[in-house]
Write a protein that binds this ligand. Structure first.
Ligand code: GLN
Length: 195
């Protein structure tokens, strides 16, 4: 059994956990504390509000303990996938925000980059490493990945902008695979957790 945590402080936790539960050999774990994180092999940081979750991780006593453990595990190669808000939390730089959260991934994001009129939309684009054709991508007040460092592999783009990328044990995407019926991206994450 591979135990995959979903950071459960705020945001779209249940949808990720439900999708993980459909994959044979995977057990989803709701992660609220450092103790919960301890028992996991990998973590998904879901969509939500980066300001809210960032505040808990920075200022709440239990949040701080969770943050410290997560940072030290990431340095040792612990796999983390940030979706939407999760990508913002992982980013080394946020173009239009003075806050920095985990700042472990060599990417820059631009929050709410699609503006208010296009708050939510769905497209289909190929993702490198996923077979079976283009992947349905749902964007909800999404950021764009506005810059990546040399060690970051771009996995998908939409309209020329980066929407998914990977840096060794860290994966970031700006859309919401957990809101579709397509579990290929979750399976991809599970496969690299197993390696
Ligand atoms: N707009 C949110 C933020 O900036 C992210 C949106 C999402 O995760 N769906 O934190």
């Amino acid at each position: 059994m591979v135990r995959i945590g979903v950071l459960a402080l705020q945001g779209g936790v249940a949808e990720h956990a439900d999708m993980l539960a459909r994959i044979p050999g995977v057990e989803p774990v709701w992660v609220r504390t450092a103790g919960d994180l301890e028992s996991t092999d990998a973590l998904i940081i879901p969509g939500g509000e980066s300001t809210a979750v960032g505040t808990i991780l920075a200022h709440d006593r239990r949040g701080q303990a969770l943050r410290e453990l997560l940072l030290s595990r990431i340095q040792k190669g612990f796999p983390v996938w940030g979706t939407c808000m999760g990508a913002i939390l992982l980013a080394r730089n946020i173009r239009n925000d003075h806050r920095r959260h985990l700042a472990v991934m060599d990417i820059e994001v631009h929050r709410n980059a699609y503006g208010s009129q296009l708050d939510s939309f769905t497209v289909s684009e190929p993702i490198e490493g996923l077979e079976g054709g283009p992947f349905p991508m749902i964007f909800i007040r999404a950021p764009v990945i506005s810059d990546v460092g040399a060690g970051v592999q771009v996995l998908a783009r939409h309209g020329g902008q980066i929407v998914a990328c990977r840096q060794q044990n860290l994966l970031a995407s700006t859309f919401h695979p957990e809101l579709t019926e397509d579990d290929r991206f979750h399976r991809y994450f599970v496969s690299f957790v197993k390696k």
